[in-house]
Design a protein. Sequence first.
Length: 316
Amino acid sequence: MAVTGSKGMRGAAALMFFLPLACAGAALTPQDEQEIGKLIAQWNVFKNRPQAASAAALYAGQITFYGKTLPLSAVVEQNAAFVQKHPHYTQKIVNRLTIDALDEAQPAAQVTFVKAAGLEASSECYYPATLLVAKQAEGWRIREESDWITESNQQKEKDYRVAGGRFNGVTKSYAWLSASDPKTGGVCDESGDCECDVWNSDPAIAPAKLPSCIGGGVEALAGLDESGRDRLLIYPQWWTSAWSVAYLYDIQQKQWVKAIPSFSMNTNVQENVQGKELVARDARHPGQVIVAQAKWDEEKEDIVIEKASVPLNVLN
């Protein structure tokens, strides 16, 4: 699961340090996971063809629906009105569900996944969807429904879960991370490996993969050169240590491209730095950026910040 709760952080490095890790919570039984998977599949059908009769088997009596607390009847009405207004609307789930158990009195879980949705088939976009499900007497029900892009646009504070920018230099899109165990495709566990997919809301852009990543923050940086491209700064998380590897990506030739070599960070000395302090335009050398990298100095026996100018990668 990509990180949550990223509001109000002073710096991206601080966000890395304080956000909850993308890991499995209290164990769910295999039957629980099967029932949750079935619930989400039925929810997907409902979103395409909403019917009041089926809604009661999906939702709780009261739902937090894209930031608003509504009764079940209002959610049914909103879904029905939306599809009636947009008869060609479709949505589908495009990757495996990540089901994270929550520490609550009654069994509950946060379910995250990527969905493709659009008013027309030709206008589909990817969205980082999130549903909170809870086990009730009658079975598993959806208690909250939203997506990170909507939440990011609704709030005033910066949300490091998702970043919007013209990463190809032309069209605005959104980017985010999702984490999974590369062997099982499921939730990451400390005893195994974990990697992240770097998603873009444009379905034509295939996700890029980051090793040793259990989630993290993303941030858009503008004006690093004259190309018009925004760059995506990525702060991956790992289980332990203040050391981490940061990445800078953009989109060229309809694919994610590493704009500069990855570089090291350390939250002990870069706790409150902003993205623009880590990667800044080099005013003296067009097409290059100044990178502030954390390194261990053997002579000083301490962490130092070294700044170096490096060229932005441009595909021919």
